[in-house]
Design a binder for this molecule. Structure first.
Ligand code: SAM
Length: 324
């Protein structure tokens, strides 16, 4: 009873209800919440602390910025979702807060686009070396199988492209990346596309911020070549995969484009197919399919692994099982 009372007390105040309604659209930095509410920072911080203490919100840090998002577990989440379901979306206060938030997000997208423009040339240079991205994405969708995805984890999410690609098939999507600039771009994109079930968070591929056995699909798209210790990253991915979970990796086959190491910070110049399969096997993952996409100077390899010991009876993808 005490727990319920604490939650109801925390939610039972106008500013705090406004905050909950606002965060329904995704995580916000504390300064953004302050701007929308038009109240002093200490006052807003007090409200946020009460909401966090009651389990209605989670607080996280990205570099120097503190962010808040709706919590996604426990009684706090259940009661809060129920309270939010009674709130009228056409309430003038909610609409006014949304408009203010929209203005803030437009500013954020404009900042992200500036970052994008600054880096676009660099990325285009790499893209020109291999098959069109659309081909890689079609193959990834195919390899993932048609089964619905509960929780999707996109490691090294960059602009959040993989979250977007699998958005229709996933119940929740979480993208993690070390780079705050990339996360800002991803947030802008997710918000522009209204993908409210997807979030991004700053984290390292070696310490994924999710529980053991909690993820249905983990994706590494053009990320593993940045890893100093790819085998450790795969072990960490295996840890978080659910018993029938799937892992998809897309990366380059071995190549000698030294410029990618010198100018683009790649640690590895591609991966041997069997080397990745061996690391995955050591992490307890079973190889289900490998595909190679040729075209251009770089060959792209796609690997699909399943958590071993749990046959994927529900998978409907006929192509799985292709020769490694
Ligand atoms: C080529 S980009 C992103 C590709 C992205 N997955 C996509 O599909 O567009 C690689 C990303 O990996 C991120 N990254 C590099 N090392 C990382 C690490 N140790 N942990 C998390 N992200 C990392 C980089 O910041 C960068 O955003």
């Amino acid at each position: 009873m005490d727990a319920v009372l604490t939650i109801l007390r925390a939610a039972g105040e106008l500013t705090r209800l406004r905050i909950l309604a606002l965060l329904r659209r995704g995580a916000l930095a504390v300064n953004e919440i302050v701007d929308v509410l038009g109240q002093s920072q200490p006052r807003v911080s007090r409200h946020l602390k009460l909401l966090c203490d009651a389990g209605l919100l989670d607080r996280f840090r990205e570099g120097t910025l503190i962010f808040y998002r709706l919590s996604d577990t426990g009684l706090g989440q259940q009661l809060r979702d129920s309270i939010l379901s009674f709130m009228d979306e056409a309430d003038p206060q909610i609409l006014a807060d949304r408009d203010a938030l929209k203005a803030i997000r437009h500013a954020r997208v404009a900042r992200s686009q500036a970052y994008f423009r600054a880096n676009a040339e660099k990325w285009d240079e790499i893209r020109s070396l291999y098959v069109p991205e659309a081909e890689v994405e079609a193959a990834l969708l195919d390899l993932a199988g048609s089964r619905a995805i509960g929780h999707l984890l996109d490691v090294g999410t960059g602009t959040g492209r993989m979250l977007q690609l699998f958005a229709d098939r996933s119940h929740t999507g979480l993208g993690i990346d070390l780079s705050r600039e990339m996360l800002a771009v991803a947030r802008g994109e997710l918000s522009r596309l209204s993908l409210d079930h997807c979030q991004v968070r700053q984290a390292d591929m070696y310490g994924l911020p999710v529980d053991d056995g909690s993820q249905d699909l983990v994706v590494f798209h053009q990320v593993l070549h940045f890893a100093e210790h790819p085998e450790d990253a795969l072990r960490e991915a295996a840890r978080v995969l659910a018993p029938a979970g799937r892992l998809l990796i897309a990366d380059f086959a071995p190549h000698d484009e030294e410029m990618l190491r010198e100018q683009h910070a790649h640690r590895r110049l591609g991966f041997d197919t069997d080397e990745v399969i061996r690391w995955a096997a050591e992490a307890g993952l079973k190889s289900r399919a490998v595909r190679h996409l040729d075209g251009g100077r770089l060959r792209v390899t796609l690997w699909r692994f399943d958590k071993a010991g749990m046959p994927d009876m529900r998978g409907a993808d006929s192509k799985v099982g292709e020769a490694a």
